[in-house]
Write a protein that binds this ligand. Structure first.
Ligand SMILES: [Zn+2]
Length: 367
């Protein structure tokens, strides 16, 4: 809810009414089209900095709940331990932490990590080139590489490990939002549109307002309900036949390549779904609801489901190949200590550093 309130500040209203108070009954079939109209407001103003929003709180929490469903019991136990949270919302509770952190003075350095500015040419040509697009201060691809390494390292303090997992959960969500993989008009923050009577920008509509229109709220309960629907679609519905492709080739030993592929997948949607006829056509629309909304809401659901499924596979793999593997090495070393004649000890800190490929080879906060 905090994120929603914050994001609402980017809209200026002549008539100040809380839009969510006007929400209709939740759609009983979120994958279906919605046509109900909402009271319109006369609105002025817009403009926000690039990436002020990620998926809103609803989107990030939904990604997290979907992921929780597919974590192995061992991975879930590890994640709960890292986060010191044994509740049933252990990932959802921290899914938007990175957006709160970036808005603080101490966290301002992390702002570039929520997106990658693909210098392509939508809608004519979409592409992501890591070397071209990531930038000196880092991007969501390098951030995923960095925090994947850190969370699996095993030598971080409890606080740093928890921070790494909080960042990772958030950024795997961010990278599935097409406009987080696009430089055009700062991720379409500069594309002025009207949605349900509000003057706002295309980025915030994708992040927050279209998902909230679909679900009818932004609470954890709303996210959990949406996740339940998406999980059903993944298991035996719309996504059953494509879910394997979402994680095909994902490799925690080659994170830059993997995360660049995720960014490329989402970036392609900028040309095909987000603004297939260019941004000017959307600005010229009287209202993006219902026609544009109906055209894109299915893609928003797809990306949220995809993000959650990917995050689960990613965390399961990190746990299996790094965390559990290191535990076995440490346990083996501890057993051997008793056999050594002079009581020589071996600790986790004496183990060799994991071999990682990718740009972010050294753990550092300055990404
Ligand atoms: Zn973000």
């Amino acid at each position: 809810m905090v994120a929603v309130i914050r994001s609402r500040r980017t809209r200026t209203f002549i008539e100040q009414k809380p839009p969510l108070a006007h929400k209709r009954e939740r759609d009983q079939c979120p994958l279906s089209l919605r046509t109900t109209k909402m009271t319109s407001y006369v609105v002025l103003g817009l403009a926000t900095l690039h990436g002020v929003h990620a998926w809103g709180a609803l989107g990030h929490a939904t990604v997290a709940y979907v992921a929780q469903n597919y974590l192995s019991a061992a991975t879930a136990s590890w994640a709960q331990g890292v986060l010191a949270d044994t509740s049933t919302s252990y990932l959802a509770n921290i899914a938007s932490w990175a957006d709160t952190f970036r808005s603080t003075t101490a966290g301002a350095w992390s702002a570039p990590l929520h997106f990658i500015d693909a210098e392509d040419n939508p809608p004519t040509s979409c592409s992501v080139n890591y070397a071209r697009d990531c930038g000196a201060t880092g991007c969501v691809v390098s951030a995923i590489a960095n925090y994947t390494q850190r969370v699996g390292d095993g030598r971080l303090s409890a606080a740093d490990a928890a921070e790494a997992l909080r960042f990772l959960v958030h950024f795997v969500g961010d990278i599935t939002q097409p406009l987080h993989d696009e430089a055009f008009e700062a991720g379409a923050n500069g594309v002025a549109v009207t949605f349900m009577g509000f003057s706002d920008n295309l980025h915030s509509d994708w992040d927050t307002f279209m998902p909230e229109e679909l679900i009818g709220g932004s609470s954890l309960a709303d996210a959990q309900s949406w996740a339940t629907t998406l999980i059903s679609e993944i298991d035996s519905g719309t996504y059953e036949s494509t879910k394997a492709s979402w994680i095909a080739g994902d490799d925690v030993g080659n994170v830059i390549t993997t995360a660049t592929r995720w960014a490329t997948d989402a970036n392609a949607l900028v040309c095909s779904v987000v603004m297939p006829n260019g941004a000017a056509a959307l600005t010229a629309e009287t209202d993006l609801f219902p026609t544009y909304y109906d055209d894109v809401i299915g893609t928003i659901e797809l990306q949220i489901a995809k993000g959650g499924y990917r995050l689960a596979n990613w965390l399961n793999t990190i746990f299996e190949t790094e965390v559990a593997a290191k535990r076995e090495i440490v346990e083996g070393a501890e057993k051997r200590v008793g056999c050594w004649p002079h009581g020589r000890s071996t600790s986790a800190s004496s183990l060799t550093s994991p071999s990682w490929t990718g740009a972010s080879s050294s753990p550092s906060r300055a990404r």
